[in-house]
Design a protein around this ligand. Structure first.
Ligand code: GLN
Length: 487
């Protein structure tokens, strides 16, 4: 039986589940059937937990029959493979963690489980979330559902692909420098990076702890708000989590942007940017004006060009410290055929890590070493403060900033893999946001030759409601999010 239940959004599925016109088991089976058909083409999933999912679905149906009305009950979700899931392998798409089965759930997973979610599996990613194309996965490369010869973006490429291809209703990703927003843009789905510390990082395998945030990848903005409702809150197990109250993020969704001030920072329309991308985003901003927003087109954030350099000092530095734990002793891959402890450690890391991870560890170790620390790491931290202050000043004048999510549409698999700098440049528009700890969302905003273009909306700290509102108004006035890839 072919149905399109796998294409339902969370809020549509919830309505049908509540009205008993659909069961969670049926919905889960529709996703599994879709996975069976398209997964051989897109390769988005690292682990499929079909038995667990069907058990959870059955339980969810019982809950719904007993009157449970949580909007996530019975809805299948896919988790990026760097988020710990109790009893389910969590590989970070690395040989190092190939056989790692966490003994506990990340807070976000616990929260989804408490909502009656159905966990369908784990999504492919760039190894330890380092990359922009999913080509750095040690397992396999994920293919963009809009054009299988192209990358889906990264590092949450598996999550974005699965949502776009209709394999799953929604997914979780993580974003250190753009890893939710860039693949969301490349696959034409909605992806939100919350304010740093809004969502608990407990159980997220650390890459760069001062930048990492978990967030939703969904088919529309309403779903994004629903998932954020479920995952955002204070968590005493994450020392950077803040005890701010969590609003109901669906309450802010409205189609009237009257009175909102939007800044368009010119530094984000970088040289070398694809003209179709620039045109699409400028057209989208015109649309926001039609909806009542007031746009100022010539805003300047002059420190923006330094963000890439700052990021590639700070992120590798933190990574080099975080990844020191993979020594073959505590957990993960262990090289056993060695004569000494040092040889065992060295070989464990030599075989366990891929090229990009090693590159980052070397860069970070260098930047943190005595004699270079002040020149690189400390300086990068100072520029980080300047970038943050510049955003603060801009937000005195504007409620949100609007930019492209990426300078280009999805590129070809293999095109940038041998040129790390080119690869790093694909995140120029998203990296500064993590450096400043701000919330930002990417939503579908057009196509060039059938390839997706994403628009990024950036907010003040903890102003997720503002960016969701703008995103929602734009979405309701356009049809981009309704287009689905034909595979
Ligand atoms: N592409 C960037 C990097 O390689 C960002 C990755 C991320 O956000 N996890 O570091």
């Amino acid at each position: 039986m072919i149905n399109n239940h796998n294409r339902l959004t969370i809020h549509e599925a919830h309505r049908l589940l509540k009205a008993k016109q659909l069961s969670s088991v049926e919905l889960t089976k529709a996703c599994l059937e879709r996975i069976r058909r398209v997964e051989p083409k897109v390769h988005a999933l690292v682990t499929i937990t079909d038995e667990l999912a069907l058990r959870q679905a059955q339980k969810a149906d019982e809950l719904i029959a007993a009157g449970d009305t949580n909007p996530l009950t019975g809805i299948p979700v896919l988790i990026k493979d760097n988020i710990c899931t109790k009893g389910i392998p969590t590989t970070c798409s690395s040989k190092m963690l190939e056989n790692f089965v966490p003994p506990y759930d990340a807070t976000v997973v616990e929260r989804l489980n408490n909502c009656g979610a159905v966990v369908l599996g784990k999504a492919n990613m760039d190894e330890f979330a380092m990359g922009s194309s999913t080509e750095n996965s040690a397992l396999f490369t994920t293919h963009n559902p809009w054009d299988l010869s192209r990358v889906p973006g990264g590092s949450s490429g598996g999550s974005a692909t699965a949502v776009a291809a209709g394999e799953i209703i929604y997914a979780l990703g993580s974003d250190t420098g753009g890893s939710i927003r860039q693949p969301a843009g490349f696959c034409s789905v909605t992806g939100l990076k919350p304010t740093y510390s809004r969502v608990s990082r407990y159980g997220l395998v650390a890459f760069a702890s001062s930048l990492d945030q978990i967030g939703p990848l969904t088919q529309d903005v309403t779903d994004c708000a629903l998932v954020l409702n479920a995952i955002a809150d204070y968590d005493s197990r994450d020392s950077t989590s803040v005890p701010y109250p969590t609003p109901d993020y669906t309450q802010c969704l409205s189609t009237n942007l009257k009175g909102l001030r939007i800044g368009v920072p010119k530094e984000y329309f970088v040289e070398g940017m694809q003209t179709e991308v620039e045109t699409a985003i400028r057209t989208a901003i015109n649309k926001l004006e039609e909806l009542g927003a007031r746009a100022e087109w010539e805003v300047s954030l002059p420190h923006t060009p330094y963000a890439l350099a700052v990021y590639y000092i700070i992120a590798p530095s933190e990574a080099s410290a975080n990844l020191a734990r993979y020594d073959g002793v505590k957990y993960g891959f262990s090289y056993l055929d060695a004569d000494s402890m040092w040889e065992a450690m060295e070989k464990t890391r030599q075989y366990g890590f891929g090229a990009e991870v090693k590159r980052r560890i070397m860069l970070g170790t260098y930047a943190l070493s005595a004699g270079y620390y002040d020149a690189y790491y400390l300086k990068a931290q100072k520029v980080r403060t300047l970038i943050r202050q510049e955003f603060d000043q801009a937000f005195d004048k504007f409620d949100a900033l609007v930019t492209p999510t990426s300078p280009t549409v999805p590129f070809k698999i293999g095109e940038k893999i041998d040129d790390p700098l080119q690869m790093y440049l694909s995140d120029v528009c998203t990296l500064p946001i993590n450096i400043a700890g701000l919330p930002a969302i990417s939503i579908p905003a057009g196509f060039a030759d059938g390839l997706p273009i994403g628009m990024q909306i950036i907010g003040k700290p903890f102003a997720e409601e503002t960016i969701l509102k703008i995103a929602y108004a734009y979405e309701q006035a356009t049809e981009w999010h309704k287009r689905k890839p034909k595979i």
